[in-house]
Design a binder for this molecule. Structure first.
Ligand SMILES: Nc1ncnc2c1ncn2[C@@H]1O[C@H](COP(=O)(O)OP(=O)(O)OP(=O)(O)O)[C@@H](O)[C@H]1O
Length: 337
């Protein structure tokens, strides 16, 4: 990798809650290449927001170091802030200014000329669907509308690195699509690096070049979505039979060819994980025909990032975000890098 735009070594944060230490981030080593879009996934409380807050200089690290766009996050906070855009989870836009004026003020804050700020504000108003709201006071916007404005504010100065902490939460599908079109455009035209946390796994799958999974303050997987899915989840094979006797006959055949014990979904249906599903299916069908237990139905489902998450943490991301996590188990040990 050329000189990374973000590097972190042993970056850690411990909070003290009721005099007891709470380790939010337990020593992060990270290199992010310029222009990369990296998705940071993990259950509630995994340490994602704390990592972003340290990298954006909003929170001091307890130990470790990091550089963003060539600047040290502790010694050169102002330079880091000029190089980055940050859109946090809360509504940062809460002033009494009108939407367009809020964007112009933010542009001025980042040193844009009046003309450049106005042009940029119009672009963002248009692409984030804020046109009808441009003259409205910020204080009267709905949660989703404020979210779109927050994102526009984070983008006004065309930052080299954009940190987005759950940017699409609260947006309707149309605004999500607009937001992603804008982010992709920004990357194409300016090579912007994007560091994203999201609970929408489809977004990570579709847009991220690299996926990091964090749990209990540690990175437990770091790879492309495709490789994580191939290495950790595999395909799911479901076979339907005419009779339960056929399913009985088929069970050892399926076990032999997949090297796994199939699960009995109902008396006539077997399901199991399968590596290289597309090559396995013809071979399995021939073997089942030869055993006089031909399947009536064969389906192969490709893995999703949620399957990866389940393999890594023992929970689906939907389960972990539905309620606060109870850290009962040690994180799975998966090599990262
Ligand atoms: N200001 C704080 N004071 C005390 N503890 C904190 C503070 N901020 C975060 N924590 C704790 O640090 C841990 C990591 O929290 P963090 O917000 O970074 O997780 P997260 O992965 O971003 O979760 P979410 O998906 O819910 O946003 C949690 O146990 C949280 O309770």
């Amino acid at each position: 990798m050329d000189t990374p735009i973000i590097t972190a070594r042993g970056l850690a944060k411990t909070f003290t809650v009721a005099r007891a230490p709470v380790t939010a981030v337990a020593g992060l080593d990270l290199d992010v290449a310029e222009g990369e879009l990296l998705a940071f996934l993990g259950p509630n409380g995994a340490g994602k927001s704390t990592t972003i807050k340290m990298l954006t200089t909003l929170l001091p690290a307890t130990s470790g170091t990091a550089r963003v766009a060539g600047h040290d996050i502790a010694a050169e906070r102002a330079a880091v802030r000029r190089a980055i855009g940050y859109v946090g989870q809360g509504d940062s836009a809460g002033h009494n200014q009108r939407v367009r004026d809020e964007l112009l003020s933010q542009g001025a804050f980042y040193g844009l000329s009046g003309k450049d700020a106005a042009r940029r504000a119009e672009e963002l108003i248009d692409s984030l669907d804020l046109t009808a709201l441009a003259r409205r006071p910020v204080s009267g916007l709905s949660g989703g509308q404020k979210r779109r404005l927050d994102i526009a504010l984070g983008l006004i100065h065309r930052p080299r690195v954009l940190f987005l902490d759950e940017p699409s939460t609260g947006l309707d599908p149309q605004s999500r699509a607009n937001l992603w079109a804008h982010i992709q455009d920004l990357r194409r035209s300016h090579g912007t690096t994007v560091f994203l946390t999201t609970h929408y796994l489809e977004e990570a799958d579709q847009y991220a070049e690299r996926v990091l999974v964090m749990d209990h303050g540690r990175v437990i997987a770091d790879d492309t979505a495709d490789r994580l899915k191939a290495d950790l989840a595999g395909d799911t094979l479901t076979l339907g039979f005419a009779t339960s006797a056929d399913a009985d006959t088929a069970t050892p055949v399926v076990a032999r060819l997949t090297s796994r014990t199939p699960e009995r979904l109902d008396p006539r249906t077997l399901r199991c994980a399968a590596d290289s599903g597309p090559t396995l299916v013809p071979e399995l069908t021939r073997a089942l025909d030869a055993a006089a237990a031909p399947p009536q139905r064969v389906s192969l489902r490709e893995p999703t990032l949620d399957d990866v998450f389940l393999a890594l943490t023992g929970r689906t991301l939907r389960e972990t975000t539905a309620s606060a996590p109870t850290p009962t188990s040690e994180p799975a040990s998966v090599p990262t890098g």
